[in-house]
Design a protein around this ligand. Structure first.
Ligand code: NAI
Length: 415
């Protein structure tokens, strides 16, 4: 019996069509699904996952089911669930607890619900499921062979748990695979963040000044894509090496207190809190647009914005206008949550193809190595990373050279 709480199961047909579209654009994950479906490597295994409930996540969930797993799924953000996709997954036998617009209490209720299924493997995006198990349900940890983590912020939280000596099971940092962060964080977020800004506002990007906070993998992608559409891009950073890289990539780099006066559009991508706060909002132009692409809705201080505003109105979904005392209007997109997942549809399927191929292979790795791994944060095995890249190149029809025996020897010699 499938257990679920979704918005409306009758949306399943609509969800199925879009999941099939995603499947057509995720050939690596589909190849892996086909490869292992016969042997059902996850038969009898319970997987609890906390992921954005999108069409791409559906392809992953259906793959885990095809491999024999019992899958429980909660949303990794209260505003990112695609309700038709959630409905279709219920029809597929996935236990889904997610709907768009959940309250914070409902969001954590759903996470506890999937944790309580007593998983063998835990898949997370952002760390809320892992942290819930550690803080509220540590008795479940004994059964858990291992977990995975999809994003930078989640990996940071898990490494902090490891440093504190409190990590209860091994976790594979899927985010840190090259075939994840180089593509998903950079090209996926770069494109879909612009998509989210456009869907929420339909502004012209050409000729605007955009400020990107953070020049990590996500920030690089966003800065690159905004520049590609004709914006003048300013980068803010706290890390001297990343700042230097931004300078040499041709961006203006300055502190936020200077950028604040100049920007028309602001996008935070730091994984940090209060990157844009009252003292910056104080300096902004009338009409400035604020968006966040980092995992949590803490990068823009909404508390400061709310306390500075004399009025607030919704212009349309995911576009809120705050009027300040002096009449200036500041626009906040997607309530400060990940703009690409809330105001648009998240990353394109082609890029999630690699991220979720890594997730799927990581579950097999955890099963194969159960009982052998320490409670630590592990990198994705190098062979897995290379396999995902090779498969992606193959489906893209790209061939590459191979080393000759002489070249191999030359590259491994000290002479
Ligand atoms: P990263 O660690 O590569 O980059 C973050 C950068 O922000 C670093 O260079 C750091 O020095 C900088 N930074 C930190 N505090 C800052 C501050 N106060 N002002 C300016 N810069 C500051 O991390 P990555 O991979 O770029 O991820 C960033 C965030 O985006 C994380 O929260 C991650 O989980 C999230 N993410 C969101 C996605 C989405 O779909 N929207 C996809 C992938 C990651």
């Amino acid at each position: 019996m499938v257990e679920f709480k979704v918005k409306d199961v009758s949306l399943a047909r609509e969800g199925r069509v879009i999941i099939e579209w995603a499947e057509a654009h995720m050939p690596v994950l589909m190849e892996l699904r086909r490869r292992y479906s016969g042997e059902k490597p996850l038969a009898g295994v319970t997987v609890s996952a906390c992921l954005h409930v999108t069409k791409e996540t559906a392809v992953l969930a259906r793959t885990l089911k095809a491999w024999g797993a019992e899958v429980y799924l909660a949303a990794s953000n209260p505003l990112s669930t695609q309700d038709h996709v959630a409905a279709a997954l219920v029809e597929d036998g996935v236990n889904v607890f997610a709907w768009r617009g959940m309250s914070s209490e409902e969001y954590f209720w759903a996470i506890e619900r999937v944790a309580s299924a007593g998983p063998d493997i835990v898949i997370d995006d952002g760390g809320d499921l892992h942290v819930t198990i550690h803080e509220k349900l540590p008795q479940l940890a004994g059964k858990i062979w291992g977990g995975t983590e999809e994003t930078t912020t989640g990996v940071i939280r898990l490494k902090a748990l490891e440093r504190a000596g409190r990590l209860l099971y091994p976790v594979i940092a899927v985010n840190d695979a090259y075939t994840k962060f180089l593509f998903d964080n950079r090209y996926g977020t770069g494109q879909s963040t612009v998509d989210g800004i456009l869907r929420a506002t339909n502004i012209l990007i050409a000729g605007k000044t955009a400020v990107v906070a953070g020049y990590g993998w996500v920030g690089r992608g966003i800065a690159m894509r905004l520049r590609g559409m004709g914006a003048r891009v300013i980068v803010t950073e706290v890390d001297p090496i990343r700042a230097l890289e931004a300078v040499m990539d041709g961006f203006e780099v300055m502190p936020m207190r200077e950028a604040a006066r100049r920007g028309d559009i602001f996008v935070t991508a730091t994984g940090n809190r209060d990157v844009i706060r009252g003292e910056h909002i104080e300096l902004m132009k009338d009409g400035a647009i604020l968006a966040n692409a980092g995992h949590f809705n803490v990068e823009i201080s909404i508390r400061d914005l709310e306390s500075m505003a004399v009025s607030k109105r919704r212009i349309r979904p995911y576009l809120d206008e705050y009027r300040l005392k002096d009449g200036r209007r500041i626009y906040l997109l997607a309530e400060g949550r990940l703009v690409n997942l809330v105001a648009a549809e998240g990353h394109p399927s082609e890029v999630m193809d690699m991220s979720f191929a890594n997730q799927a292979l990581a579950t097999l790795y955890i099963k194969r190595n159960r009982g052998k791994l320490e409670p630590r944060v592990y990198r994705v095995p190098e062979e897995q990373d290379r396999e995902v890249a090779s498969l992606k190149l193959k489906v893209m029809g790209v061939e590459i050279d191979t080393l000759t025996p002489e070249q191999k020897e030359y590259l491994s010699s000290w002479k």
